[in-house]
Ligand binder design. Sequence first.
Ligand SMILES: NC(=O)c1ccc[n+]([C@@H]2O[C@H](COP(=O)([O-])OP(=O)(O)OC[C@H]3O[C@@H](n4cnc5c(N)ncnc54)[C@H](O)[C@@H]3O)[C@@H](O)[C@H]2O)c1
Length: 399
Amino acid sequence: MAQVCILGGGFIGRFYADSLHGQRGRDRVSVVYARREETAIRFASDYAVPHYFTDMEEAIKSSATEVVVIALPNNLHETAVDLCVKHKKAVLCTKPLGRNAEEALRMTKACEEAGIFAGYLEDLCYTPKFMKSLTSVKNGAIGRILWAKSRETHPGPHSDWFWDIDKAGGGAVLDLGCHCIEIARNFIGKDVKPVEVMCWADTQVKPIDAEDHAIGLVKYENGAIGQFEVSWTFRGGMDLRDEVMGTEGTIWINSFLRTGFEMFTSGAGEGGYVAEKAESSSGWQFPVGDEAHELGYTNMFTDMFNALEQGKEPNETFYDGYVVNAIIDAAYKSAKTKLWEPVQLPDWRGQVGLEKPSVYNEYDVDHWFIKDEILPNGDKKVILKKKATGEIIELETWK
Ligand SMILES: NC(=O)c1ccc[n+]([C@@H]2O[C@H](COP(=O)([O-])OP(=O)(O)OC[C@H]3O[C@@H](n4cnc5c(N)ncnc54)[C@H](O)[C@@H]3O)[C@@H](O)[C@H]2O)c1
């Protein structure tokens, strides 16, 4: 059982507490910190938390705190991590780890040097659908991964600080792209180096200094490509979808809208909350059965606390958060320069010197294989390339 201190009594702090206390969970929130006393008191009362603080350091150093969960605005993540280091408390930090790679690397190294456990709370890499598809990818079910696309779009975040570029550190790319980038990294292989990024980002709707819409491509050293599509201007709810293309197969995941639960209501009844970022409570609705579980929070905390107890690394580490931040930094640079920008990773711990695999598969001693086909009338064809001349030919077998 872990005694958890949640820093932040807002949106994600509540999701975390719901996940930790949900069902018959062993782990308990024993301490909460919030900036305002009324938020702390309300949170403590809603989740039966015995200790609340409005001073962050007091909450962290409390004897009732074993593991600190950072659920604070992005500009406070590093301060909170530094206090965990100072008081030698295990720390789990929400996404994005830093506002940029420099902050993220400092946090990663500070925890490593202090020898404290540090986990990166990237919930979308723990959804039931994601975990099952990653197992299939790792088992080779869809072959070599060529392309991994992830999309998170919704009508925009729920608190003032997200919209302030200094506090948040960026816009939709940092807030939502961090999920998409880490999803693609998992499918492509976390030890495969991301090398360069091309990104379009613009502010199309909201009167803010950051981008509210962006699309990016991340090239990996083994020739695979990651793609992220993010928006704070999307209408119709929260759209979370992944697509993975491999040499032997394809995976499509829809994690939120249209997951097989559809309901129509005229708007009668009490209405209210349907699902995160749902825009309406009448008409066709797309509720989500067990939201905390479908969004990965329960599997995420299970992995974190198991790893902590067993002295292992969790699936998502601060180092992963750092790599994600480095990719995002390159994306922001590319959006300005309109060029492919290199991912700056002075601390790279994965494979080096990978190359794109050959596209040549042998058909016979004289030919490379391109494709076979069965036509509507049952005839068969094989399309080949002659090794000697490069000529493309087809062999036909009539039915
Ligand atoms: N899927 C996810 O993993 C996910 C989803 C939402 C948010 N987040 C992350 O969680 C963190 C918090 O986001 P949130 O949505 O809970 O925000 P929020 O605004 O709903 O809550 C933030 C809380 O932090 C506390 N706080 C302390 N000092 C503060 C200060 N100076 N300014 C503002 N708040 C202060 C307050 O208790 C506040 O309620 C962010 O890093 C965000 O990116 C992650």
